[in-house]
Design a binder for this molecule. Sequence first.
Ligand code: ADP
Ligand code: MG
Length: 238
Amino acid sequence: MGQIQLNQVTKSFGDVQVIPPLDLTIEDGEFAVFVGPSGCGKSTLLRLIAGLEDFTTGHIEIDGKDATAVPPAKRGLAMVFQSYALYPHMTVRKNIAFPLRMAKMDQAEIDRRVENAASILNLSDYLDRRPGQLSGGQRQRVAIGRAIVREPAAFLFDEPLSNLDAALRVGMRMEISELHKKLATTMIYVTHDQVEAMTMADKIVVLRAGHIEQVGSPLELYRTPRNLFVAGFIGSPK
Ligand code: ADP
Ligand code: MG
């Protein structure tokens, strides 16, 4: 399960309202992409969903239950950070297991989950290495593995590929899409890259200055952009 619903959510930093009242529903199992120019509020919105940032007003429901006051660790959502957030001195196994050890999970269950994640991500042969001994793509997979082992209701990605080179980015994009097919878990993916949005999304949420310009499938946005901003961003002729 992983339906996420935002109701009249706003966020201000001091006097500056960066998210005006916003309503949004992400359906269970959906691959949703938040896209928009730098500074439009994508990361803030994702952090609000993750619970890493408090709402100024409004509330969030996860699977129909009010989660506004639920702390991040208890929301059942897993944020995927860029690969440089790995611990360099720990093995791949320990990096992936880290959130489960923090949660004091039983060691046999930790081993089972880590091995399952490693097998899904083709990392089984690399569990004893350290991040410095891996390629960029492998490191990014370890960062994803750390989310998978938590068996979250939804994965939250904030521009996870932005520090990878172009060729690797294309490969990882396909790997994340494959992972979504395999797990059928809700994913919210933030990017400023329209190609990523168009190729990966079930639903694209186009943001501009903290508000939603349009929500729709890639085809809907391409065929019937609501305005020039969406058309320009999605790259459709208008
Ligand atoms: P994006 O991820 O789309 O680039 P952000 O969500 O990071 O955008 O930022 C949205 C707006 O909120 C920007 O104007 C940014 O300067 C502002 N902002 C983000 N975080 C903070 C913060 N901790 N304090 C003050 N302003 C912030
Ligand atoms: Mg951002």
